[in-house]
Design a protein around this ligand. Structure first.
Ligand SMILES: [Zn+2]
Ligand SMILES: [Zn+2]
Length: 775
């Protein structure tokens, strides 16, 4: 019907054809000269509560922050539209009425005004800056129409607000809002909105920080105009007029510059990065760190770092990578959280946890702390003393080195290194094959980030997972690594949370105030680093203090400097009703009484008052009975011991005596520590080969071994004993070397011309010889 009507009317047909051609032409032009609206934006870094905590210049070195549609408040929109373009939602790019009016004005007054520009045209001008000529004005109109064809009104308004200039390298209302008022655009007051709507008119001469009298004059003028037109309620405008304004430019926020750099590099593609930091926590922890470093400055501590993790989500909520990023002298921009350093004793919990899990120890198990030679490696304790025999818990919280290395050797170093690798310690992964026993005492490099992630695993039943830095990153279900069983992990946590220890914090006047946490301190070799890492069910906090230059600090002791900061952080960030929340024991962790002399189950000969309570894992923890006190047959005067073979018919008594491990007996003897020595065996007993203990067969005392200093060969150590002796203990120059069965060969590589060799049996009897080498 319609078609036949059109065909019958020639003029209409012509018009339609013309319109068709025109629209094709427009489409082709649009295709041939596409409008370019892409501009790069600043990278914005937000905290969890959506506070801007960092920003980077755009790729063209501008502060141009991308405004989100929801950040445009009705007030902002009203103010801008009223001032710039009242008919914005009605025109199609340009306003014919005002174009004609401007043209007439220009001809009459023979000067150019810009009054005719719509927001669309202004946007075009921001995208294609040109000189103001009639020709360019015409092109601007065409481009404005094109922009309207391709984008919605709201998209165009957003573009305008994003590109509008604010002086210097500040572009867009969002950057201006942050830089001039330190707040996001949706939090602006009316007074601030009015100012931000005025500045773009003459961005360089109306800059807030440069020419505030001029700006103030303009503001008053516009507020009067708004009043007259009733755009805003009169009392709101009056308030805006009265509101005090700080006429200055603020720094772009940088809550943690190191964090911002690390996160920007990690998420290079993203313009807006929603991180897991909680700004108030970050600020609190930062000020505590700064205060502490200042307080200890006289000791030589120049810097520090603190990392705080929310255990449930593994989100990093505070990232303080140095005490003061602005302190150039102290290399304030170094990232103390990523720096790889010696962890001191902070990896020991992994070793003790493993030993609990593998059934070697419980907290009360007695471990030897005596000079020990591990094939040329003889570690010292930090105070160069040895304590003889201590409980595992004591050894752990007092950071004793020898018991730790002995445990590692007993379990097999490989197993310990494997655990380090599983705990995602990069240095352990890299140097797995080269690591020796010293790795257990800080000889493997770790960062505060790695250590805190490991302790966060302790707070999560022993399960390791990567720490999270952004809210969209979902690593909670992948990458799980169980470092310890929940049982071993729980017992370890209990060991680390008991209070009688040398690194107790002193800043709390009463214990009720002190938050309950499990923690471990560490001081690295050469006193370069002081660590304290702790956790409770809610948070894990890692603290490092030291000097970025890596120099040693004579007075550095983690217990004294790092622990107070650790506790202060917990005290500050924990809600006051949560300072004592604690972990629930998992199934299969039970308690029992053990004899404190060995940590084993009490025998009838153990003193009742020496029984202590201990945690253990049924069917895994040691379940042997204490053998410290053994009943011996002795003469009535207690001068002689009998065995079953030489036991007389009468004239003897049965009496329990403490029988010490021979290494411990030797240590006591050498350090002149009194202990009860059982009477020596009946000299007339025919079962005894000799009273003097093992007979050393090799090396020969009257022989001189000839060797090449560069490649010494191994010498056999061997001794013979009477049949009831089962074990030999070998000592090199008085330091324990190796344990063997009686008569077994042991090998030793001499390093000196003269070496004192001692062999002891389990009855504490020993003999010596000298190994002579000619080089
Ligand atoms: Zn006992
Ligand atoms: Zn005998």
């Amino acid at each position: 019907m319609i078609l036949s009507y059109i065909l019958r009317h020639k003029r209409l047909k012509k018009t339609i054809i013309f319109a068709g051609i025109l629209s094709w032409l427009v489409l082709i032009l649009n295709f041939l000269f596409p409008i370019k609206v892409q501009k790069s934006y600043s990278t914005l870094i937000y905290s969890q509560e959506k506070e801007l905590v960092g920003a980077f210049l755009s790729s063209d070195d501008k502060w141009r922050m991308e405004l989100q549609p929801q950040e445009i408040t009705p007030e902002l929109k009203k103010a801008i539209l009223f001032k710039e373009d009242k008919w914005f939602y009605w025109h199609f790019g340009f306003n014919p009425v005002s174009v004609v009016r401007a043209l007439v004005k220009n001809i009459i007054h023979s000067r150019r005004t810009s009054g005719a520009s719509t927001i669309t045209m202004q946007t075009v001008r921001l995208l294609y800056p040109h000189k103001r000529t009639y020709w360019n004005k015409f092109r601007e109109v065409l481009r404005a129409v094109q922009l309207e064809m391709n984008y919605s009104k709201n998209e165009i308004l957003l573009m305008y607000l994003n590109y509008v200039p604010y002086g210097g390298n500040i572009e867009g209302i969002k950057a201006a809002s942050h830089i001039y008022f330190q707040k996001p655009p949706d939090k602006l007051s009316l007074n601030q909105i009015v100012m931000l709507s005025i500045i773009p008119n003459r961005p360089n001469s109306l800059r807030i920080d440069k020419n505030f009298t001029e700006l103030h004059k303009n503001k008053t003028y516009w507020i009067e105009k708004y009043k007259k037109s009733k755009v805003f309620k009169a009392h709101l405008l009056e308030e805006a007029l009265q509101e005090p304004t700080e006429y200055k430019r603020y720094e772009i926020p940088a809550l943690s510059p190191q964090f911002n750099h690390f996160i920007k590099r990690k998420y290079e593609e993203q313009e807006i990065i929603q991180t897991t930091l909680i700004a108030p926590v970050q600020k609190t922890v930062m000020s505590l760190l700064k205060k502490h470093v200042q307080q200890y400055k006289h000791t030589g501590i120049a810097n520090g770092a603190v990392l705080v993790v929310d255990n449930k989500t593994r989100q990093v909520i505070a990232y303080c990578a140095s005490a003061d990023p602005n302190d150039k002298q102290a290399q304030g921009l170094v990232n103390g959280i990523k720096a790889v350093r010696s962890p001191g004793s902070t990896l020991k919990p992994l070793i003790y946890g493993l030993a609990i899990q593998e059934g070697y120890i419980t907290p009360q198990t007695r471990l030897l702390d005596v000079p020990t030679d591990f094939g040329g490696y003889s570690p010292q304790n930090f105070d160069n003393t040895f304590q003889g025999e201590v409980s595992a818990r004591y050894a752990l919280v007092n950071s004793l080195n020898v018991p730790t290395v002995r445990l590692a050797q007993q379990m097999g170093l490989e197993k310990v290194i494997d655990l380090f690798v599983q705990a995602h310690i990069k240095d352990a992964q890299k140097r797995k094959k080269q690591l020796g026993l010293s790795a257990t005492l800080g000889g493997v490099g770790t960062s505060l980030e790695e250590l805190t992630a490991i302790y966060c695993a302790f707070a999560n039943q022993g399960v390791w997972q990567p720490l999270r830095y952004t809210r969209h990153e979902d690593t909670l279900h992948i990458n799980k690594t169980a470092l310890l069983t929940p049982q071993a992990n729980y017992i370890l946590t209990e060991m680390l949370s008991k209070l009688s220890r040398p690194d107790m914090p002193t800043q709390f006047s009463n214990l009720a105030q002190m938050p309950k946490i499990a923690w471990k301190t560490g001081t690295s070799y050469g006193k370069k680093d002081a660590w304290a890492i702790g956790y409770n069910p809610r948070y894990t906090v890692g603290v490092w203090l030291g000097d970025f230059s890596g120099k040693g600090i004579p007075d550095l002791l983690a217990a004294q400097v790092a622990t107070p900061l650790l506790f202060d952080v917990f005290y500050a960030i924990l809600p006051k009703n949560q300072t004592h929340i604690w972990f629930k024991a998992p199934k299969n962790v039970e308690v029992r009484y053990v004899c404190s002399e060995t940590g084993l189950l009490p025998s009838p000969h153990c003193a009742k008052e020496k029984e202590v309570i201990d945690e253990y894992i049924p069917y895994i923890s040691p379940n042997a009975i204490c053998d410290r006190n053994q009943v011996l047959y002795v003469s009535e005067n207690e001068k002689q011991e009998y065995c079953r073979h030489c036991l007389p018919k009468t004239g003897y008594i049965e009496k329990p005596y403490p029988v010490l491990p021979s290494e411990l007996a030797l240590f006591y003897k050498e350090n002149k520590i009194n202990y009860i020595v059982p009477p020596s065996h009946n000299p007339n007993c025919d079962r005894l080969i000799s009273q003097s203990g093992p007979q050393i067969i090799s090396p020969l005392s009257n022989y001189e071994y000839i060797m090449d200093k560069n490649s010494p060969v191994e010498v056999v150590l061997q001794a013979a004993s009477e049949s009831r002796v089962r074990v030999h203990f070998w000592y090199i120059n008085g330091v324990f070397y190796r344990k063997s069965t009686a008569g077994e060969k042991v090998f030793f590589k001499p390093r000196n011309a003269l070496t004192k060799i001692t062999c002891t049996d389990e009855l504490g009897r020993s003999s010596h010889t000298k190994l002579k080498v000619k080089w």
